[in-house]
Design a protein around this ligand. Structure first.
Ligand SMILES: NC(=O)c1ccc[n+]([C@@H]2O[C@H](COP(=O)([O-])OP(=O)(O)OC[C@H]3O[C@@H](n4cnc5c(N)ncnc54)[C@H](O)[C@@H]3O)[C@@H](O)[C@H]2O)c1
Ligand SMILES: O=C[C@H](O)CS(=O)(=O)O
Length: 473
C-alpha cells in the first residue's frame, strides 16, 4: 500500500499518526497519508512566512515554474487520473478531463504572472497637487491559506495554488481529508518544476483541527476556501477582519422555455445533472419546464438518462459512479424519501446500493422540499413546471444560492430577459448551469459565496493594490 507524506519547508515529512484513504468504489483502503499535528501546521506556516520574505521569484521565474507544472500534469495524466478515480470515485473519463483542466489552470496562471500591473492615477488633477504624479503597483498579499473540497481534488486545488504562486505569494494548503492524494502529487510535480522550498506546503488533516488552526493564525494574510456554505459561515466567524474568499454551494436552476430545442436541452441536462454523481457545485438540480412542453421534454430527458452507464468509475465507459461515501448516499436517499412522502414522484431511478445511487429524476415536487430548496449534492434532479416566465424567474431566485444558472430557448429576447433577472454569478444561454472553462470569472452571489476564481481574477484577489505618489519639486 502506498503511503504519502506532508510537504513542509521543501521536505517530505512522515508522521506517526496517519489517515487511511478509501477507494470510494470498493470501499477498501488503498493508501495512507501522514496526518499533520499542531506542530506540523505551525512549522508549515512559519516556513511559508519565511519563504515569502526570502525566496522571492521574478514574474518570469514564476511563469516558467507554472508553465512547466502544466506540462508535467499532462505528462502524468493517466497516473493522476487513476488517483482521482480511486480517492474520489470519479469516472475515469471525467478524471482525465480534470487533469487537462488543471493543466489549463496552471498555464493560464503562468501567463497571468507576466501581466500583473497597476495604473496611472491623475492626482495632479486635484487642487494643490499640480506637482505630483502617482501610480499603483500590485504586490503579493503574503501567505495564502488554501482550503479545498473533495469533489475536484486536483483542479480546485490548482485554482488556489496556481494563481497564489503566480501573484508571488507563499501557500499553505489543506486539501479535503477524504481526497488528499491528488494535492500531494501536485506538490511533487510543482517541486519537480523547480519551485523553491517553502513557497508551498501541504498539510493534511480534518477541518476541525488543521483547518481551524490555520484560520486562527495571524501569519496568514488571506484565505481562499471552496466548500459548503455551512463551513464557509464558520470560517467567516473564525477569520474576523482578515480577507476571505468563499466559493460555496448552489442548487442550480435551469429554465427550459417553450421555444427550446428539446433534444439538445434533454441531452445536455441529463449529462449535467449526473456527472460525478451530481457532486459538482454547479450540477443541475432544478429544471423549470414550460407547461406546454412538459410531457415531450420528460420523455426525452428520461431517454437520455437511460443511456448513462452507471457503475465502476475505473471503467472508461462509466458516466455515473459512486458518491463520496455511503453515508452521503443514505442522506440523499433520505431526502428523496422525505419528498416522496410529501407527494413527489420518482420518474426514474431512486434505488441505492452502498454509495451508488442511481440517477434519480423527481416530478411533482414542491418548492419547500429539501430536494428543491437546499443543495442535494447527489445524482438527483427535480423537474418543475411554469406557465409565466416572470413567475418562473421568481422561483429560480427564491433559494439562498446564486452561483450559476441557464436557459434553453431559441428566442433571443426571452434569453436576455432571463439573463438580466436571474440572480447568479454566471448565466448560460442554450446550456446548463454546469458549463465552466477555467479562464472564465467564476463565483456566486448570496450563500454561494464572494470573490471570483479563474486565474486572471484570482491573481487580482490575491494581490494588494499599493499607491505610490511622487512629490516633484
Ligand atoms: N463554488 C465552488 O467553486 C465550489 C466548488 C466545489 C465544491 N463546492 C461546494 O463544496 C461542498 C462539497 O465539498 P465538501 O463536502 O468537501 O465541503 P466541506 O465544506 O465539508 O469541506 C471543505 C473543506 O473545508 C474543510 N473544513 C471543514 N470544516 C472546517 C473548519 N471548521 N475550518 C477550516 N476548514 C474546515 C474540510 O476539511 C475541507 O477541506 C458543496 O457544498 C459544493 O457545492 C463549491
Ligand atoms: O464543484 C464545483 C466546481 O467548480 C466544479 S467545476 O470546476 O466547475 O467543474
Amino acid at each position: 500500500m502506498e503511503s504519502y507524506s506532508l510537504y513542509i519547508d521543501g521536505k517530505w515529512r512522515k508522521t506517526e499518526d496517519t489517515l487511511d484513504v478509501l477507494n470510494k468504489y470498493s470501499q477498501t483502503v488503498f493508501a495512507s497519508v501522514s496526518k499533520a499535528s499542531e506542530q506540523d501546521v505551525d512549522d508549515a506556516i512559519s516556513s511559508a512566512s519565511r519563504a515569502f520574505r526570502q525566496n522571492k521569484l521574478s514574474p518570469y521565474e514564476r511563469y516558467t515554474i507554472l508553465h512547466k507544472t502544466s506540462q508535467l500534469l499532462l505528462d502524468n495524466q493517466e497516473d493522476l487520473a487513476m488517483i482521482i478515480v480511486q480517492e474520489a470515485g470519479k469516472p475515469l473519463k471525467q478524471a482525465r478531463t480534470e487533469i487537462e483542466r488543471s493543466a489549463q489552470t496552471f498555464e493560464l496562471a503562468a501567463e497571468e504572472a507576466k501581466r500583473i500591473y497597476g495604473e496611472g492615477v491623475p492626482v495632479e488633477a486635484a487642487p494643490g497637487s499640480e506637482n505630483r504624479m502617482a501610480f499603483t503597483i500590485k504586490v503579493p498579499v503574503g501567505v495564502v491559506g488554501a482550503i479545498s473540497p473533495f469533489n475536484f481534488p486536483l483542479n480546485l486545488v490548482s485554482h488556489k495554488v496556481a494563481p497564489a504562486l503566480a501573484a508571488g505569494n507563499a501557500v499553505v494548503l489543506k486539501p479535503a481529508s477524504n481526497t488528499p492524494i491528488s494535492a500531494i502529487k501536485l506538490a511533487e510535480i510543482i517541486e519537480e518544476a523547480g519551485l523553491p522550498k517553502g513557497l508551498l506546503q501541504v498539510v493534511v488533516g480534518s477541518g476541525s483541527t488543521v483547518g481551524k488552526q490555520m484560520m486562527k493564525d495571524d501569519r496568514i494574510q488571506l484565505y481562499t476556501f471552496t466548500g459548503s456554505a455551512h463551513t464557509g459561515l464558520k470560517l467567516k466567524q473564525d477569520t474576523g477582519l482578515k480577507r476571505l474568499i468563499l466559493e460555496l454551494g448552489n442548487n442550480s436552476p435551469v429554465i427550459v422555455d417553450k421555444e427550446a430545442d428539446l433534444d439538445h436541452a434533454a441531452q445536455t441536462l441529463a449529462a449535467q445533472s449526473f456527472a460525478y454523481a451530481g457532486q459538482v457545485c454547479i450540477s443541475v438540480q432544478r429544471i423549470y419546464v414550460h407547461e406546454s412542453i412538459q410531457t415531450q421534454f420528460l420523455e426525452k430527458l428520461i431517454s437520455s438518462i437511460k443511456k448513462l452507464n452507471v457503475g465502476d468509475p475505473a471503467d472508461p465507459a462509466t458516466d455515473v459512479g459512486p458518491m463520496i461515501s455511503e453515508s452521503e448516499a443514505e442522506r440523499a436517499e433520505q431526502w428523496i424519501g422525505e419528498a416522496v412522502a410529501d407527494g413527489a414522484k420518482i420518474a426514474y431511478g431512486g434505488k441505492r446500493k452502498g454509495a451508488l445511487l442511481k440517477p434519480t429524476l423527481l416530478t411533482n415536487v414542491k418548492k419547500d422540499m429539501r430536494v428543491v430548496c437546499e443543495e442535494i449534492f447527489a445524482p438527483v434532479v427535480s423537474v418543475l413546471t411554469f406557465s409565466h416566465l416572470d413567475d418562473c424567474i421568481d422561483e429560480v431566485n427564491s433559494t439562498n444560492y446564486g452561483l450559476q444558472s441557464g436557459i434553453f430557448t431559441q428566442n433571443i429576447d426571452t434569453a436576455f430577459y432571463a439573463a438580466k433577472r436571474v440572480e447568479v454569478g454566471g448565466f448560460m444561454i442554450n446550456d446548463g448551469s454546469q458549463y465552466r472553462v477555467d479562464l472564465m470569472p467564476y463565483g456566486g452571489l448570496k450563500d454561494s459565496g464572494n470573490g471570483k476564481e479563474g486565474p486572471k481574477y484570482s491573481v487580482d484577489e490575491m494581490t494588494e493594490e499599493r499607491l505610490i505618489v511622487m512629490n516633484l519639486r
